[in-house]
Design a protein around this ligand. Structure first.
Ligand code: FAD
Length: 341
C-alpha cells in the first residue's frame, strides 16, 4: 500500500511531540499537523514547563512513572547538547516546601529527578513558615522556544503543517488514513468528551534575573520557576472556569504569595500576566478508537487530557501514541492485502 497518511490535530506540546515520535517510529508514514492555533497562542505557551509530575488518579502509577522517565531522559539529553539553548531546555535546582510533613515523603518520581533529598535545617531557615522540604534538580522547558524547536524539527523532516480548524474528525476521512487527536481542551467540543474539563491557571512572568532556584509550596498552588529569561510566578487552579481574561485581584494575590516565599521578588520588573486552561481528566485519554459511519471506518488515536502535567509526561505519552499509530498501520496493511486477494 502507499505511505499511510497520518493527520495529527493540535500543535501544543502534545501534538508536536506526538507528530515527531510518529515520524521517528513509523518512517513509512506521511505525517501532517493541522491546528487552529500555534505557538504563542496555545495553552502550552502559558505553562511554566517544569518537570514535576502531576498525579492522574485514573492511571496506574507505574505507567505515569514511565511516561515521566521517558520525558526526563529525552529532555536531559537535549539539555546536555548544543541544542539546549535553542530548545529552551535547562536544569534547575530548588526546593519544594511543606507547612507540615506530607504523608508521602518520597513521591513516585523522586528517583527520576536528580539528587532528591530532604532539605537540611540550614536550607529550611530560608522558609520560616515551613517545617519540611525536599531539594532536587529537575528540568524546565521554556515553552515558546521548545514549541518552536519541535515545529522546526518537524518541518525539517518533511512534515506538512497547516492552519485549519477541524469541526468534525470525519471531515478528514477522505484525505487521511489515521487521525491523531491532540486537541487538549478542544477535545471537549471536537469529540464531545464530557469527562474533560478546564482547570484555569493564571501565572505572572517577571524579570528577576537574580532568582536562580525554583521554590514550590507543597500544595502546588504557589510557585516560583526561573526560566532562561523570565521567572514564572504562580498560580491558580480554578476548576470548570473557561475564562481566559486575567483577573487583577488574582495577579496581586499571586505576587504577594510568591513574595512571602522569596521576598526579593518585590524588586521584580516588567510583570506580564498569562492565563491558560489545563485540559483535565481523571486520566490522559491515550487509546485507539475505530469510528464507524454508514459502513465507513475511521482510525483514530487519542492523546489528550494531560491536565496540569503535560510537559512532565509529553514525550512518554507521545511514544505510546506513536506505538498505537504503528498498530493502526499494521491493521491497514492487513486489510489492504486482504482486499487484493
Ligand atoms: P494545547 O497546548 O492546548 O494544544 C492543543 C492544540 O490543539 C492547540 O494547538 C489548539 O489550537 C489545537 N486544537 C484544539 N481544538 C482544535 C480543533 N478543533 N481543530 C484544530 N486544532 C485544534 N505542565 C507541566 O508539566 N509543567 C508545568 O510547569 C505546567 N505549568 C502550567 C501552568 C499553567 C498556568 C497552565 C495553564 C498549564 C500548565 N501545565 C504544566 C500544563 C500544560 O500546559 C498542559 O498539560 C499542556 O500544555 C497540554 O498540552 P496540549 O498540547 O494537550 O494542549
Amino acid at each position: 500500500m502507499a505511505a499511510p497518511k497520518v493527520a495529527v490535530v493540535g500543535a501544543g506540546v502534545i501534538g508536536l511531540s506526538t507528530a515527531l515520535c510518529i515520524v521517528e517510529t513509523c518512517p513509512s508514514s506521511s505525517v501532517t499537523v493541522l491546528s487552529d492555533q500555534f505557538s504563542p497562542n496555545t495553552t502550552s505557551d502559558v505553562a511554566a514547563g517544569m518537570l514535576i509530575p502531576h498525579t492522574y488518579p485514573g492511571t496506574p502509577i507505574h505507567v505515569q512513572k514511565q511516561w515521566f522517565k521517558d520525558t526526563f531522559t529525552y529532555l536531559f539529553a537535549i539539555s546536555n547538547s548544543a541544542e539546549a539553548s535553542e530548545a529552551g531546555i535547562h536544569l534547575v535546582s530548588g526546593w519544594q516546601v511543606f507547612k507540615s510533613t506530607p504523608k508521602e515523603e518520597l513521591p513516585f518520581w523522586s528517583d527520576v529527578v536528580l539528587g532528591f533529598r530532604p532539605m537540611s535545617e540550614a536550607e529550611l531557615q530560608k522558609f520560616p513558615q515551613h517545617r519540611f522540604g525536599q531539594a532536587f534538580t529537575t528540568l524546565k522547558c521554556d515553552c515558546p522556544p521548545y514549541l518552536l524547536w519541535l515545529e522546526k524539527r518537524l518541518k525539517a523532516t518533511g512534515v506538512q503543517v497547516y492552519n485549519r480548524k477541524v469541526a468534525d474528525l470525519w471531515e478528514l476521512h477522505r484525505e487521511y488514513d489515521i487521525i491523531v487527536n491532540c486537541t487538549g481542551i478542544g477535545a471537549h467540543q471536537l469529540v464531545g468528551d464530557k469527562k474533560l474539563f478546564p482547570v484555569r491557571g493564571q501565572v505572572l512572568q517577571v524579570h528577576a534575573p537574580w532568582v536562580k532556584n525554583f521554590i514550590r509550596d507543597g500544595d502546588g498552588l504557589t510557585y516560583i520557576y526561573p526560566g532562561i529569561d523570565r521567572v514564572t510566578l504562580g498560580g491558580t487552579r480554578e476548576k470548570e472556569s473557561w475564562s481566559l481574561s486575567p483577573d487583577p485581584g488574582t495577579t496581586k494575590d499571586i505576587f504577594d504569595r510568591c513574595c512571602s516565599l522569596e521576598a526579593s521578588l518585590q524588586e521584580a520588573q516588567d510583570i506580564k500576566v498569562k492565563v491558560g486552561l489545563r485540559p483535565s481528566r481523571q486520566c490522559v485519554r491515550l487509546e485507539r478508537e475505530v469510528l464507524s459511519q454508514g459502513g465507513a471506518k475511521l482510525l483514530v488515536v487519542h492523546n489528550y487530557g494531560h491536565g496540569a502535567g503535560g510537559f512532565s509526561v509529553h514525550r512518554g505519552t507521545a511514544k505510546e501514541a506513536a506505538r498505537l499509530v504503528g498498530e493502526c498501520i499494521v491493521a491497514l496493511q492487513g486489510s489492504s492485502s486482504r482486499a487484493k486477494l
